[in-house]
Write a new protein. Structure first.
Length: 386
């Protein structure tokens, strides 16, 4: 039977599962941020061995209210981590155990790394971040697509990763609510005129609706579904992607778009002269993605990949999608329900300036997405500064 774990029975569970030696001296702390899930860190004080137990809660705490939310997302998360591990084990935590009834995933403790968002806010560069995320996205996308696996097998995976409740959160909070006067939105009163202009922007709303349709209908590759910089642990040498509870089959550009958007939001939080490392990350992620995806394609034994001539189309569509999805993510993180610390931690005047910039940038990313080569993103940031 499901019940939320306490620190004490998380320890009891770890012992029962035989995850530590008999003589272990265990301590446990709940370290999650507590909106959707519990995250317990259990340490053997004798050896410093440690594990993480993540448990889904049957509701999400959103602005004080509780929304019921399926526990199945814990199973989606552990299955996605295992699927990703079969292609890129170096970029995900090891999963030691999972239990559908308890809605838990027991996994490798990554506390020696830092959440990338926090590090980027502190001014860290994480020199390998883009190379690793480019490879992560390319390989997980390719090998879960119809070009990297048997098409009948792929249909089974599409079914396995049907994730309607979590997708609905994205459909509403990313693609709909920010473009209308919806009560989930949240922004500084000083931004009201800018936001009302956005709500009246029919061209923008039509383009965002097209992107939403892609998200709803294009079952192309297995996506992480929530690949912002808070879902990435990093150091100078290592990168690990966590938290794929939103995983589902969707358009190839979605994960790249969310990642780009969160790099851009960090860039906007900085002085102009400090933004270059973020633009470099965006361009390098894209380059590595294209190179890796192309190599996977050329090496593929899948008959369909060998008789298909659409590699170039897939790559160019992926960029258009990524830029459009990035625009949606930039806007929703500015005025929607869930914000980013990169902007929210700025003092008011700088915050307002950065958020106005984000709204202009997000709009142009969406409406110009078909005409922007990757290096044009940097120029667009400059052009939308005022
Ligand atoms: P949520 O889905 O609630 O956002 P996350 O999986 O993002 O949960 O985890 C929330 C926080 O818990 C992370 O920001 C990180 O601080 C911590 N955490 C999660 N997984 C691990 C891990 N494998 N190792 C160390 N810390 C972790
Ligand atoms: Mg969280
Ligand atoms: Mg998270
Ligand atoms: Mg999550």
């Amino acid at each position: 039977m499901y019940e939320p774990l306490t620190e004490q029975n998380a320890v009891a569970l770890a012992i029962r599962l035989g995850l530590f030696q008999e003589d272990a001296l265990l301590s446990c702390q709940e370290i999650g941020d507590g909106n959707l899930n519990l995250v317990f860190r259990i340490v053997n004080e004798r050896t410093n061995d440690s594990i993480i137990i993540k448990q889904a809660l049957p509701y999400a705490k959103v602005v004080g209210e509780s929304w019921p939310l399926t526990l199945k997302r814990a199973t989606i998360e552990s299955q996605a981590l295992r699927t990703f591990a079969s292609y890129v084990p170096q970029y995900v935590p090891k999963v030691y155990y999972s239990d559908e009834t308890l809605a838990i995933t027991v996994m490798e403790d990554l506390s020696h790394l830092q959440i990338a968002r926090r590090g980027l806010i502190e001014g860290k560069t994480f020199p390998k971040l883009s190379e690793h995320i480019g490879e992560f996205v390319a390989k997980t996308a390719f090998y879960t697509s119809d070009f990297g696996m048997n098409q009948q097998q792929k249909k089974k995976l599409v079914q396995q990763f049907t994730n309607p409740e979590l997708c609905k959160i994205t459909e509403d909070l990313v693609f709909t609510d920010p473009f209308f006067d919806h009560d989930t939105n949240s922004f500084e009163t000083e931004l009201r005129a800018d936001v009302e202009r956005l709500w009246q922007d029919d061209e923008l709303k039509r383009e965002a609706a097209k992107l939403k349709r892609l998200f709803l209908t294009k079952a192309d590759v297995l996506l992480h579904g929530d690949l912002h910089t808070g879902s990435i642990f990093a150091s100078d040498d290592d990168t690990k992607v966590i938290d794929p509870e939103f995983a589902f089959y969707g358009p190839i550009g979605f994960d790249l778009g969310q990642f780009f958007a969160n790099l851009l939001l960090n860039a906007l939080s900085r002085h102009e002269s400090e933004r270059e490392p973020l633009f470099t990350h965006i361009e390098k992620t894209w380059d590595v993605f294209v190179r890796t995806f192309t190599t996977c394609w050329q090496e593929s034994n899948e008959p369909y990949a060998r008789v298909s001539f659409v590699l170039d189309d897939i790559v160019s569509d992926a960029l258009v999608e990524a830029i459009g999805f990035a625009g949606c993510e930039v806007i929703r993180r500015t005025i929607g329900l869930a914000h980013v610390a990169d902007l929210d931690e700025l003092p008011l005047e700088r915050r307002l300036e950065a958020k106005r910039h984000a709204l202009r940038l997000g709009r142009e990313l969406i409406v110009q997405r078909e005409h922007l080569p990757i290096h044009a993103i940097k120029r667009l940031v400059e052009q939308t500064a005022h």
